[in-house]
Design a protein around this ligand. Structure first.
Ligand code: HEM
Length: 528
């Protein structure tokens, strides 16, 4: 169940009354910053205007495809990999509701958290997402089931239900925390006697693939190699190639629809490798089950099971559930495996960066986590780290994990800011840019984890910061990702002081699906 988010009206009055002198962060923030302004209200309009009247780029910019191309380099300063900057410029130029060309169709961009809330609250039971063109072509040619993220309606519901009952269940995922703790210990052992944590993003991918691999296949993949800083695993190599093509598919001319381009072949080859690997794991599980016939199988809900039991696996639980075919189970495991690698590694890279840049915040975190650093991390410990959770949330706000926000396709007509947006329209909910807009959040440029702590958090509208999405189509792996991040960060920040090499003050990145560093990242580390 998603936690219920209160409506904005319940806390707006409090939010509006905060002044700089009352601000709990006043010591760390310069006082000449603009105060939070009142977000625009939805006013009842006397006559509703059509969506054609929504402000946005017009003329040549409104011509299908050409209009989209003109918004990007070399015709403008914006690049496709940093598309959220284009969204920000729309907001500045046209206001809180904008309509612009995206390919053949129009997309409506919403920036006001009130309006984002309205769309989410009108989400149907089976929210639609746009199709991934490369994946779709691949599925047509090979006949493999489509990924969960691209399914719609009943097909999506059928696939998501058994996964939701396992991967989103606290009790089920908590079983994996001790194993994640061991994996984190192995990872931190690699840093022993080192003064640098080099190639950090790639190394963190090894950690996340080891963790999510354990969730999917109930065994260690051996990606954390103490002797080298970059795993040579074929599986990880293919996953990296697959994720790259997956993320870049929107930014390429879809020539692969006409013939098998080198990019298509590389994508298909990597997918097939991961799929075959997963299929072998399923066969292996079935063989073990046959060999130990008569032993009771654990579907993951067993209180006594630590998650280390061979039979307490996601594969076993999905086979036992029986609603998905074996091919669908295989595809679902691939979805989970690939979904949890670069996403979580990117989140940790930027969290470490923000903490390295803010030593006072890092010190507060150290005080919170130092007591747990030598222990096996348990789900109880993960209830006692509010500051680490706030740090992650704040880090996500500054480097949004998805470019700009999320897309929904409207299921019915909705009236927003006096305009009728018709059923079937693609709507981009731009909370990923609004959370950096001082109209909606105070001191947007500053890293202030404190704003998310219980005492303070209700001064921020929750609908401007949803790093894992919202509603029935939210991120399936949110809980697992968070557990992985918390476990490793406790181990690292409980033992090391982390800083960024002098002379450097940023990590250049670009978005594929997630923000990925464009150059190797190194942190300086000093044992406490
Ligand atoms: C920090 C890490 C992660 C971030 C920031 C993230 C973010 C997201 C977001 C924003 C969505 C779309 C939600 C929406 O449209 O409302 C999503 C979907 C999804 N995520 Fe994650 N994710 C992360 C980690 C993971 C992990 C670890 C897994 C697997 C264990 C995973 C599996 C998925 C899947 C399968 C979907 C598609 C869900 C569907 O369409 O039903 N993600 N994620």
């Amino acid at each position: 169940m998603m936690p219920k988010i209160p409506r904005l009206s319940q806390f707006r009055s409090k939010c509006m009354s905060v002044s700089v002198t009352e601000c709990p962060f006043a010591s760390t923030i310069s006082k000449n910053k603009t105060l939070l302004e009142q977000p625009t209200h939805n006013k009842k309009q006397e006559s509703i205007r059509t969506s054609d009247e929504i402000p946005g780029p017009k003329g040549l910019y409104d011509v299908p495809f050409i209009g989209t191309a003109l918004q990007f380099k070399p015709f403008s300063e914006h690049s496709i990999q940093n598309v959220f900057r284009l969204f920000t410029s729309y907001n500045k130029r046209y206001g809180p509701i904008v309509r612009a060309r995206m390919g053949a169709d129009h997309t409506v961009y919403l920036f006001d958290p009130d309006d984002i809330e309205t769309v989410f609250r009108n989400d149907k039971k089976h929210p639609s997402r746009i199709e991934l063109p490369l994946t779709k072509v691949h599925q047509k040619r090979t006949g493999t089931p489509l990924a969960l993220g691209t399914l719609q309606e009943d097909e999506w519901r059928k696939r998501r239900r058994p996964l939701r009952n396992l991967v989103q269940r606290l009790q089920y995922i908590s079983k994996y925390v001790p194993s994640l703790s061991t994996i984190a210990d192995d990872f931190v052992d690699k840093l022993e006697d080192k003064e640098e944590f080099n190639n950090a993003f790639d190394q963190l991918m090894e950690f996340t693939s080891e963790g999510v691999g354990y969730l999917c296949f109930q065994r260690r993949l051996g990606h954390i190699d103490k002797t080298c800083s970059c795993s040579k695993s074929e599986l990880l190599k293919h996953t990296t190639v697959y994720l790259k093509h997956l993320g870049e598919q929107f930014f390429r001319l879809p020539l692969y629809k006409l013939f098998r381009t080198p990019i298509y072949n590389s994508f298909a080859n990597s997918y097939q490798f991961i799929y075959n690997f997963t299929k072998r794991e399923i066969e292996h599980f079935k063989q073990i089950s046959r060999d130990s016939q008569g032993n009771e199988q654990c579907s993951g809900g067993n209180e006594q099971c630590s998650g280390g039991n061979e039979q307490c696996s996601l594969i076993g639980s999905l086979l036992k559930d029986g609603t998905l075919s074996e091919a669908e189970i295989c595809t679902s495991l691939v979805d989970i495996f690939v979904g949890g690698i670069d996403s979580t590694a990117s989140a940790m890279t930027f969290l470490m960066f923000h903490l390295a840049q803010n030593p006072d915040k890092q010190e507060r975190l150290y005080e919170e986590v130092k007591q747990f650093n030598d222990q096996e991390i348990t789900s109880e410990i993960l209830q006692q780290i509010p500051y680490l959770k706030a740090c992650l949330k704040e880090s996500f706000r500054l480097v949004y994990p998805v470019p700009g926000g999320t897309i929904r396709v409207l299921d019915k007509d909705i009236d927003i800011k006096g305009y009728r947006i018709n059923q079937g329209t693609q709507v981009m909910l731009c909370y990923g840019t609004s959370c950096l807009n001082e109209q909606y959040i105070k001191y947007p440029e500053s890293f202030i984890p404190e704003r998310w702590l219980r005492e303070e958090k209700d001064i921020v509208n929750p609908f401007i910061h949803l790093p894992f999405g919202y509603g029935p189509r939210n991120c399936l792996g949110q809980r697992f990702a968070e557990y992985q991040i918390y476990t490793l960060m406790i181990k690292i920040f409980g033992k090391y002081e982390v800083s960024f090499p002098s002379g450097k003050d940023s990590i250049p990145y670009r978005y594929t699906a997630f923000p990925l560093p464009t150059e190797s990242v190194t942190f300086d580390i000093r044992k406490r």
